[in-house]
Write a protein that binds this ligand. Structure first.
Ligand SMILES: [Zn+2]
Length: 357
């Protein structure tokens, strides 16, 4: 199969619908594809496929990508034009999966042992993520020296990833008749300084290993109110914060908690609860294998702004990065597409990386 086969392979994967929770067909197809390659040991775990070379090399490279997509936006029919592929899953991330499958097919004896993981349940709640389940149940299958998530990065190393915390700030006042508000304390009004703090915060930039991570906090939900004539006694503000991986999850939670609390007056009754929290991943660019990938890509690395399963590998103590074809800015949009040249570039860089001379 030539690199032109890469475009056909991407189109083939795009033509198999695989919205999250409906990955059986694409998992079957992938399992079949990899099982036809006798140099690979293929394992199936639920709707995820793991394929490994067992050559006893001194280093092992793991490449991973998710099989599922978000729901279609009128773009479920793949369209192939002269310069690329257009449609659901093209960049997020069937282009990356096609690169992995072609590498598996054309490198029966790579210089580094390879593990390919094509997994289900990435685009939905964390508890459905089969890579995370695999890490819990079959940690040995994730053993490697470096992990590459073939998520769309325009074939550039997007190092590490931000952590993410969703918190709820609950502010309590005193209920009263709205005609006599001085008898109570309006919880919605008490939230004003917090909302203002969030709305006027400067972007906080944190450089790590030459990559700039941007920290942000956004109010993503607000609930409050009792009735049209009642001073409300409670308001809940949900905040999503993205933090740089120079902090542990506990440090980030503590910093945010104290910053949010500081916007209230002494005597205000405020509670903060953490609803969901995922640590970030450091760029790890002093790792010799990641350094090598940066050199091969011939582009400066940038920080990953967003959360990917690189954070899972960081939790497992494995150096990992994002690297794959496609523009992540187009992911989840009706304009989703991937350029042929980008597919070829990712394939070429990863070919060199897994088979150093
Ligand atoms: Zn993705």
């Amino acid at each position: 199969m030539t690199t032109q086969g890469l475009v056909e392979l991407t189109a083939k994967l795009m033509a198999i619908p695989s919205v999250s929770r409906n990955e059986v067909e694409i998992a079957d197809w992938t399992q079949q594809f990899l099982s036809n390659l006798p140099w690979l040991e293929v394992t199936r775990f639920k709707n995820s496929i793991i394929a490994r070379t067992m050559l006893g090399r001194s280093e092992r490279v793991l490449m991973a990508g998710h099989l599922d997509t978000v729901p279609p936006a009128g773009n479920e029919q793949p369209v192939v034009d002269d310069s690329g592929l257009f449609g659901l899953g093209s960049c997020d991330m069937k282009g990356g999966l096609a690169v992995m499958l072609l590498l598996a097919k054309t490198h029966p004896k790579p210089g580094r042992d390879l593990t390919f993981i094509l997994y289900s349940g990435e685009e939905i709640e964390r508890s459905a993520n089969e890579l995370r389940m695999l890490a819990e149940k079959h940690r040995d299958l994730l053993e490697c020296d470096v992990a590459i998530l073939c998520e769309p990065t325009n074939s550039r190393v997007e190092a590490g990833c931000q952590g993410s915390i969703r918190m709820q700030v609950i502010i309590r006042g005193t209920r009263a008749h709205s005609a006599r508000p001085w008898m109570g304390k309006n919880a919605i009004h008490l939230a004003a300084p917090l909302i203002s703090l969030l709305g006027h915060e400067d972007l906080h930039r944190v450089p790590i290993d030459g990559c700039e991570f941007i920290e942000t906090s956004q109010a993503v939900g607000i609930q409050g109110g009792v009735a049209g004539n009642v001073v409300p006694d409670e308001v809940r503000v949900t905040i999503n914060s993205r933090f740089a991986p120079d902090k542990t999850l506990d440090q980030a939670i503590e910093l945010l908690r104290s910053r949010f609390i500081s916007s209230f007056q002494p005597g205000d009754i405020v509670e903060v609860s953490v609803e969901d929290a995922t640590p970030g991943a450091p760029p790890n660019l002093s790792n010799p294998l990641l350094k090598e990938l940066v050199e091969i890509s011939s582009q400066d690395p940038v920080a990953k702004l967003g959360l990917t399963d690189v954070s899972l590998f960081a939790e497992l103590g494995i150096a990992a990065t994002n690297f794959g074809p496609g523009d992540s800015g187009l992911a989840h949009s009706p304009q989703e597409r991937v350029e042929n040249d980008d597919l070829f570039k990712s394939h070429e860089c990863l070919s060199k990386f897994i088979d150093p001379t």
